[in-house]
Ligand binder design. Structure first.
Ligand SMILES: [Zn+2]
Length: 217
């Protein structure tokens, strides 16, 4: 049996750790599985149901390994190696469209998924295109609202690459909206965030939307 005083002292530390995004903090998968079992029990579901026998472990592993693993990385780590911007380039947009992503609504723990379009003007550095997808996942694989996801991606890209202009545009299908309440089964939610000179609705923003135009539904 653990000493209650020790447990009391430990709890704030572990909680504090979890509240800092990007900090190393391995999830307790076994405790998560127990919590899922408690949830199923509390919902009145029979433990004799063979289909539910391994459900707690499956759910815990999926959440720890695929839905919440973004907490265990940082934007800089996700973006990885940076390279010097090509000589002579100045102010041209780099745009990558249709990056598939999935995330979880923090209010209902229901999924949303869709496409991310990411753009930036290189400062001194550029990254490989594939790293932009990893950056989206770094934040998407957390409990985060779609609006905040767009903002975090645009902000991190500006900070890590010291970019003068960044954007993240997300279109998604939200299970919250499609399956609950009004059951808007065809609704598509859009969120967009800009940093730097793309915040102003100027020529650069128009150029971005000209490139994105054909990609929108
Ligand atoms: Zn929700």
């Amino acid at each position: 049996m653990g000493d209650p005083a020790i447990l009391r002292d430990l709890q704030p530390v572990s909680r504090q750790k979890r509240e800092q995004p990007g900090q190393e903090g391995a999830p307790d998968v076994e405790a998560m599985a127990r919590a899922v079992r408690d949830f199923l029990d509390a919902a009145g579901l029979p433990r004799s149901d063979a289909n539910l026998a391994q459900t707690p472990e499956r759910v815990a592993e999926a959440w720890a390994g695929e839905f919440l693993d973004g907490y265990r990385t940082t934007p800089a780590a996700a973006l990885g190696e940076t390279f010097p911007a090509p000589a002579g380039s100045s102010g041209e947009l780099v745009v990558v469209t249709d990056l598939r992503f999935h995330s979880m609504c923090p209010h209902h723990l229901l999924p949303y998924a869709g496409r991310a379009h990411v753009a930036y003007v290189p400062g001194e550095h550029v990254v490989g295109f594939g790293r932009l997808s990893a950056l989206v996942d770094c934040f998407a694989h957390r409990l985060i609202l779609q609006e905040d996801l767009a903002r975090e991606v645009a902000r991190a890209l500006a900070q890590v690459l010291n970019s003068p202009a960044t954007a993240c545009i997300l279109e998604a299908e939200q299970a919250c909206l499609r399956l609950r309440g009004d059951e808007q089964s065809d609704a598509v939610t859009h969120a967009e965030a800009y940093e730097g000179t793309l915040r102003e609705d100027g020529a650069l923003r128009r150029e971005l939307w000209a490139r994105l135009g054909a990609r929108r539904r």
